[in-house]
Design a protein. Structure first.
Length: 347
């Protein structure tokens, strides 16, 4: 098996782009190769924290072509084993065999991954023992909040996504970066999360996807219930102001975080506007509805209201509101004032 040292694989940028099928992946990424460092994806047959597509032979071949292009252009490959729950196979030879077989299949195609991102300490342990060349990354869905948590699993993880709740807190990110440098680790963040801050449904939601039950959950009849809390929060309750308190970082502001992190995740895998998202964050500029860049995409829930990305105050990212303020919100009305400034009604 090709156990090349992943650190030797050249990559020019810090953006980690999720592979997508609904638009032309290569066409979207080609202009921005210097800004993109990685491509992350779930291999056919591997469930993850997003609904799995039906992998027809044509779709599988398209994935291989896109990933081969990424490798040929020096982009690292990050394959996902990031279900929140593996059920009765969570600690099993069956799961070990699945992971090993997937890596062997990828290796035969010249696509042996540089990185594996996982929520499973068991998978991380198996990989650390058997595939020393792979960098093992803790998924953002592990919700590892700080360096005490990182230290506890530093023997099996090489890299960490910081928990979404803290992404806006630049001082926290700086502290985590110092720890990473001192301990030979790497850290990263997600730039375009549209989740409600501290969403209490997140684990429940991720478990639905881990068991590939999203379609059944969405179509459940007679319960008047959505497993996506944000749909009720924004769609029925019209609690629009809470989007200001979320953890997304605007394309124009991402450069403030980049000196302290090694990778910046763009959630683009199962989303309606992946090319727009790549272009916005790669160019560090976006003139349009901020909601179109987020995952989940809330544009329809807010309609006819949009969030004008260019209307944010110039000090948004460095002011208290744009950083850690909402972590312990006291409903002081500053977010309401920002929302009033950036919300536009489109006829």
């Amino acid at each position: 098996m090709n156990n090349q040292d992943s650190s030797q694989c050249p990559s020019g940028g810090k953006l980690a782009v999720g592979h997508f099928f609904n638009e032309d992946f290569i066409h979207a990424c080609s202009p921005w190769k210097k800004r993109i460092g990685e491509v992350f994806f779930a291999w056919p047959g591997v469930l993850s924290c997003r609904p799995a597509p039906d992998f027809t032979p044509e779709l599988r071949e398209r994935l291989v072509v896109d990933l081969s292009w990424a490798r040929q252009n020096g982009l690292k490959l990050d394959t996902l084993f990031n279900c929140n729950c593996y059920g009765e196979q969570a600690i099993s030879y069956e799961l070990v065999d699945l992971v090993k077989n997937v890596l062997m299949e990828m290796d035969k195609l010249g696509l042996f991954p540089n990185i594996v991102t996982t929520t499973s300490p068991f998978i991380a342990t198996i990989l650390k023992r058997n595939f020393p060349s792979i960098k093992i990354r803790a998924s953002v869905n592990m919700r590892a909040h700080g360096t005490i948590g990182f230290e506890a699993v530093a023997d099996i993880f090489d890299e960490f996504y910081l928990s979404r709740e803290h992404h806006r807190d630049l001082e926290y990110v700086k502290q985590a970066a110092r720890w990473a440098e001192q301990n030979g680790k790497r850290i990263g963040i997600q730039l375009n999360s549209g989740c409600i801050r501290e969403c209490p449904f997140q684990t429940f939601h991720d478990n639905i996807h881990g068991h590939n039950r999203a379609k059944q959950a969405t179509n459940a009849k007679g319960f008047d219930f959505s497993f996506m809390l944000c749909q009720k929060h924004f769609g029925l309750d019209h609690a629009f102001e809470d989007i200001i308190r979320a953890t997304w970082i605007r394309p124009e502001d991402a450069s403030l975080w980049e000196p302290y992190v090694s990778f910046c995740k763009l959630a683009t895998r199962r989303i309606v506007n992946p090319t727009k998202i790549v272009e916005a964050y790669a160019s560090r500029n976006y003139d349009g509805n901020l909601l179109d860049l987020l995952d989940p995409v809330h544009s329809a829930l807010f309609s006819p209201v949009i969030i004008d990305n260019k209307s944010f105050p110039h000090d948004w990212a460095t002011s208290g509101i744009g950083t850690a303020c909402a972590q312990n919100c006291t409903h002081c009305d500053r977010c309401a004032a920002i929302f009033k400034q950036v919300a536009k009604c489109i006829p």
